[in-house]
Design a protein around this ligand. Sequence first.
Ligand code: ZN
Length: 58
Amino acid sequence: MKNCPNCSAEILDNFDVCWNYNFSLSENKIIEIKNSQEKEAREIDCLRCKIPMVYTGL
Ligand SMILES: [Zn+2]
């Protein structure tokens, strides 16, 4: 366990980014995390009928 230098929250050793402000310990700055994967999943069209599928999170 280590502590974030930005907000002193506890971070697991195998994590490199503080979840509070996306503070990267390796880059020593707040980074932007893009949820591109999540966004893509929401914008997938049905392969058969081409109707946009609704991402349910399941
Ligand atoms: Zn932090």
